[in-house]
Design a protein around this ligand. Structure first.
Ligand code: PLP
Length: 412
């Protein structure tokens, strides 16, 4: 008999079978809370607070400035990058961590466009995360390029001999739809362009293989599924074959070959280390480093399998219990789905607020989308069942229509 995804005992059995079942113990989630917003801000593994206390009290407090050498703060960015690399299909030494995603994206896109100096077009898609579009516009203005908006249903149709870079977000922040990274990378190359990927909504839940896809460059944030904490620094990956010619625009001293030679003229560091600009954020990197302990020994394919199992269950339950009351906007095909499920509803904001009041945390994206993220390290199958039960209760009781739930907060 096929297991019934809507059955609570079956959900408990699925949790007991999961290869990630002990990972949740590394997190101190509030008792009784169902946290489905790890696609926006990941939960902190317990090790983060311990590590930060130690860094502040001992490395900074006692070691003071000597900790740049004795605690190897200066090598922290590279060490953290090396721990993220396996989730990206990247080799150690090819991932840099340091600035915000927006700043990293700017630096990376400028460098990518500079590898095609004879081409004048930067292709992006209109439904991409706003910062990606704003940064692309800024890059285009700086370099005298034209931004071309592609059709999200067929980005490759916008490629021609004028295109320098096709810059896409792997998993869409609003719908959870996923692009075919290897296929679109190959299409970009077929047109002589570079393929640039934003992996914010993938890394830590949807593993990619950048090297075997022959992607050119990628960036991604670390505060979602990697649990690095609010505003934790982003990563950049540059294909090894591009690193020598990679010419990023914020040529600060930490990206210099020898920062402490204090030379007059800039000479870039070797490899992806040249993506550095200023002094690395040691506290934030230390928190991220500790958060990555939760991924130690985890097989990337298990993250993906568990993420799909959770979203499959959520979709099955939504279909069975909610029917036409909501519209599922996330693709159902595994090959096109990230690690979140988005539901369209005219009162999506109120729906999310009412759910939060009932202990189920998702979020809202304008104009009418309720998002539910499934972080495979700590979301369980029983949480999925509880979330849909609460969703049914909210809709049945009309709680989402309460006027106080219509008042928008600064962060939605
Ligand atoms: C696809 C994507 N890119 C970029 C960002 C954010 O950039 P930053 O870390 O600079 O705020 C987000 C944030 O959610 C995102 O979803």
């Amino acid at each position: 008999m096929t297991p019934d995804p809507c059955d609570r005992a079956e959900a408990e059995a699925a949790d007991a079978r999961s290869p990630l079942r002990h990972r949740r113990d590394l997190f101190d989630l509030p008792e009784g809370l169902v946290y489905l917003d790890g696609n926006s801000l990941g939960a902190p593994p317990r090790s983060v607070a311990t590590r930060l206390q130690q860094v502040v009290a001992s490395e900074w407090g006692q070691g003071l400035i000597s900790s740049w050498n004795t605690a190897d703060w200066v090598g922290l960015s590279r060490r953290v990058g090396d721990r993220i690399a396996p989730l990206l299909g990247a080799a150690p030494g090819d991932v840099h961590v340091g600035d915000s995603t927006s700043v990293t994206l700017f630096k990376s896109l400028v460098a990518a466009c500079r590898l095609r100096p004879d081409r004048r077009v930067l292709v992006i898609e209109p439904s991409t995360f706003p910062t990606d579009a704003y940064v692309a516009a800024g890059v285009a203005r700086l370099l005298g390029l034209e931004v071309r908006w592609c059709d999200p249903a067929d980005p490759a149709a916008s490629l021609d001999e004028d295109v320098a870079v096709l810059a896409l977000t792997h998993v869409d922040f609003r719908t959870g739809a996923m692009f075919d990274l290897p296929g679109l990378t190959a299409a970009a190359h077929g047109a002589g362009a570079l393929a640039h990927w934003d992996l914010c909504h993938s890394t830590g839940a949807v593993p990619v293989d950048l090297a075997s896809a022959h992607a050119d460059a990628a960036v991604g944030c670390t505060y979602k599924y990697l649990n690095g904490g609010p505003g934790s620094p982003a990563f950049a990956w540059v294909h090894p074959g591009h690193q020598a010619a990679w010419d990023q625009p914020v040529t600060g001293w930490f990206g210099h070959a020898q920062p402490f030679a204090m030379e007059r003229d800039y000479a870039p560091a070797e490899g992806v280390a040249k993506m550095a600009s200023g002094t690395p954020p040691v506290l934030a990197l230390s928190a991220l480093d500790a958060a990555l302990d939760a991924f130690d020994g985890v097989r990337p394919e298990d993250l993906r399998a568990e993420s799909l199992a959770l979203t499959d269950r959520f979709l099955a339950l939504v279909d069975e219990r909610l029917g036409a009351a909501v519209e599922v906007v996330t693709p159902r095909e595994h090959a096109r789905r990230g690690s979140q499920v988005s539901l369209r509803h005219p009162e999506a904001y109120g729906l999310v607020q009412a759910l939060i009041a009932r202990g189920v945390v998702g979020d809202f994206r304008t104009p009418d989308v309720a998002r539910f993220g499934f972080a495979p390290l700590y979301v369980r199958h029983v949480d999925v069942v509880a979330a849909v039960e609460r969703l049914v209760e909210v809709l049945d009781a009309g709680e989402h229509l309460r006027p106080d739930y219509a008042v928008r907060q600064a962060v939605t």
